[in-house]
Design a protein around this ligand. Sequence first.
Ligand code: OGA
Ligand code: MN
Length: 299
Amino acid sequence: MTGTATQDATRTERAPALRPLTTNVGMEVCGIDLAHPAPADLSFIIDAFNTHGALLFRGQNLSNEQLVGFSRSLGDLDEAPVNENGQTAVPGLPELYVISNIEGTDGAPIGSLGSGEAAWHTDMSYLENPPDASLLYAIEIPPAGGDTWIANMYATLDHMPADLRSQIEGRTIKHDGTYNSGGYVRQGLVANDDPLTCEGTLHPAVCAHPVTGRPVLYLGRRRNAYVDGLSLEESEALLDALWAHATRPEFCYAHKWRIGDVLMWDNRATLHRRDEFDATARRLMHRTQVRGKSVPRPA
Ligand code: OGA
Ligand code: MN
């Protein structure tokens, strides 16, 4: 009797729950310890993730191995890309990527993206098969700034004026491969600011989400983007209109970090950006990336 009551109490206490972050994007998941997720927690997380585009878990306490371990339960992981300083992953953990402005003993930042603004983007959409999901875990945060914003590309499309929507029907957009989200030239490439000739990959403007099947706007990033088949002037005007609509405040959530937060976003259904912060403050995030299971397909 006592044993049953205790088990029930434990189960009730641990039952995961969702709390909206804002109207149109993201949920906070309460009651899950990502260091020790139960099988039922995992299916709960995956369902919520596919439905809501972004999930926040507060108060986590994860070793590097636990962050990688939880991430791996969502799919195969990409190895960390080489950052703008030519550095690779944490030794022994090739899937762990460091986002930080903190300088190492050699004076170079130990991670990527510096302290500046990171413009709206979705991760590595210049690849044929971009990553499905990214997870960011806060280890050190600055006293102010460095908020991470998420915008919901389902809601954007659902609320898009019909004349704008008709202009992207059946179109593909070139996603630039020259610059990363911090504005740095990617390893091995040279600066190129011509959307017509820059390195990049064409993806459908409106994709069918591979899990939910719902149509979703796929913009990637603004810099060097190009709507295939249009003149450069037409493409610029259309992209400006799409971006102005997609990043309207009602589609966005601005996350104020606390140490121990894990924020994960669906690269197929959201955009994200980061506010700048004081360069003399410290910000240290660990990050993993779930490999794309399929190439973006038109809706
Ligand atoms: C990323 C990213 C933003 C941030 O990790 O892909 O864009 O807030 N990070 O550090
Ligand atoms: Mn990013």
